[in-house]
Design a protein around this ligand. Sequence first.
Ligand code: SF4
Length: 348
Amino acid sequence: MRTKKTIFVRGLPIGGGSAIAIQSMTNIPVADVEGTLAQIERCAKSGCDIMRVAIPNRQSAEAFSQLRKQTDVPLVADIHFDYRLAIAAMEAGADKIRINPGNMSLAQLNDVIACAQKHRVPVRIGVNSGSVNKDALVSAQGNRARALLWSLEQYVRYFESKGFYDLVLSVKSTDVRETVEANRLVAQLGYPLHLGVTEAGLLRQGLVKNSIGIGSLLLDGIGDTIRVSLTADPVDEVLAAKDILVSLGLRQGVTFVSCPKCGRCSIDLEAVANDIYDYVKNIDKNVKIAVMGCEVNGPGECSDADLGMAGANGNFVFFKHGKRYKTVPAEDAVQLFKKEIDILTNAN
Ligand code: SF4
C-alpha cells in the first residue's frame, strides 16, 4: 500500500505514488567539503536522488552550510543527539532532516519542530532495533516489530499534536525479517516510508540482506524512498538501489544479463561483462543487454534481449532478440558492441 501523502524534498516528491527515490549517504567527514561534494556528485551521476550527510558537531554544521551552497542535489542532514545541530542545519538550507526523537528532551524536540515548520523542512523520524522504547518492548511482549511500531507511533502522534505532518518514517533492524514485519505494520500509519536494512554489512552480504528486505516490501507495494546500506562506496549503494528498482519494474534502466558461463565458454567472460556493465550502468532507458559465454546457447537463452553478444571461438556474434546479425573478431568486439549500444539507446 503506497502512501497517499506526499512530502517534498527540494521539490522532489516522496510518497503519494511518486517514483521511488534513491538515497545514499556520504561516508567522509563533511568538514572535507570538496571531498563530500565530489562524493555527492558521483552518486547523483549514478542515479542518486537524495544524499544524506552526517552532522555530528558544530564544525560539521558550518561545513554543511558551505556544501549547501555548492550543489543542487537534495540534502538531508542526519542529526543524532544535539537538537541545536538540527536547527543549524535547517537554517543552513537542509532539504530534510533525519532525527531520532528519543535522543532529545521534549523541549528540544519542540524547538526542532518549530524550526522545521518555519523553514518548511520535512523530518524523517526513525527508530531502529537499537533505539526501540523499552516500555514498548514490554507491552509488545517481546514482539520487536510491534515494539518498533509503537515506539515510532508515539513520536508520530507527538508531531501531529504540534500540527506537523511533513514526516517520513523509518523502522530498521539488522534483522531482515524484523525489518520487513515492522515496515508492514508502520505502513498503516499512512506516511511516506524510507526503507533499508540497517548495518547490513559488507558488499555481498549487504546486497543480499537489502535486496530481500527492501525487495519484499516493494513487492508488497510498501516504500517510497530506499537506501541500500553497505560498508562500501556510496556509489555501490546507489547502483544496487537502482538494480532493485529496475528489477522490479519500478524505475527505468538497463536490465543487464550475463550467463554464469560453463565449460563451453572460451572467452574471458567476466572481463567483457564487467566492461559492458560499466558502460551501460548509468543509462536510464528500459533496454535489456546480454553478454553470453557461447554462441551455442547464448542467443537462444537471451532471446528477449534487445542486444546481445556471445563468445564464439576467437570471435563474438552479436544478436538482437535472439537473432544473430553480425560476427566480429574478439579483439574488436567490446568496442563495436558499445557502438551498437549507443545506436540502440540513442534511438529509443
Ligand atoms: S551461454 Fe553458453 S557458456 Fe554461458 S552458461 Fe549457457 S551454455 Fe554455458
